[in-house]
Design a protein around this ligand. Structure first.
Ligand code: HEM
Length: 208
């Protein structure tokens, strides 16, 4: 196991993240439970899978394109792309929170760090946007580079969540789960499913 894998793994068992994670979940979960139509929309019932991975292509695409524009001196276009990227962040946040609030304990820990890293990237891009309007391009480019680095770390954490921890996998497809040998389970209350931090198949939107 290399250093990156060790760090990602260590986050899964970091209990110091639980207090903040639980406070956040205690706000998100009841809010969505009382609004099943909203929860289904945010968690992608219409697509048949989570829509967070689709939405996040917007800020990531804008920020990456802005970096290329900066590289080739297209400052004005870079500024517009950063504005556009920032406008798409709320969509990434609400879809991410809706998914995250249904994950198990270990996934929620990694998800919280993922959310904080992406919050840091948004702050960097806000500062970049402001600097480009006020103090000049050099500071703007510096903040954008930091923001892109944070997006990279956030993406690594998001990838760990999805591909190593299986967050969001098989939520919609009992047939697929059966095909790989996992039996569809009767739905237990959310708290039972997450007790002890075991990895369990998460609930379908509105299904708990
Ligand atoms: C600008 C903000 C954000 C960006 C750019 C972003 C980016 C990503 C990326 C790249 C992945 C991996 C997707 C994949 O490879 O399948 C991911 C997954 C994930 N992210 Fe975010 N994220 C953002 C905000 C958030 C927030 C605020 C949360 C809430 C905690 C969150 C929760 C999740 C979850 C639960 C996953 C696992 C896959 C899923 O169920 O959709 N994200 N994110």
């Amino acid at each position: 196991m290399n250093a990156v894998q060790r760090w990602l793994k260590s986050l899964e068992s970091r209990q110091s993240l639980d207090a903040v994670a639980e406070r956040l979940r205690a706000r998100v979960r009841p809010f969505l439970r009382e609004r099943p139509a909203l929860e289904k929309a945010l968690r992608g019932e219409w697509a048949g899978h989570a829509i967070h991975p689709m939405i996040i292509t917007l800020p990531i695409g804008c920020y990456s394109a802005a970096a290329v524009c900066d590289l080739f001196g297209r400052r004005e276009t870079a500024r517009h792309l950063i504005s556009l990227g920032l406008l798409t962040v709320p969509g990434a946040v609400v879809t991410g929170l809706a998914e995250w609030s249904e994950l198990d304990l270990r996934q929620r820990r990694v998800g919280l760090v993922h959310a904080m890293t992406n919050a840091a990237s948004s702050v960097c891009y806000l500062l970049s946007w402001r600097a480009r309007h006020r103090s000049g391009d050099t500071a703007g480019r510096g903040w954008a580079l930091l923001g892109l680095a944070a997006v990279g770390v956030g993406g690594t954490l998001g990838g760990h969540l999805t591909y190593a921890q299986g967050a969001g996998v098989f939520r919609w497809s009992d047939e697929l789960a059966e095909a790989v040998g996992e039996q569809p389970e009767p739905r237990a209350p959310f708290e039972d499913r997450t007790a002890g931090g075991r990895h369990e198949r998460a609930a379908k939107p509105g299904g708990s």
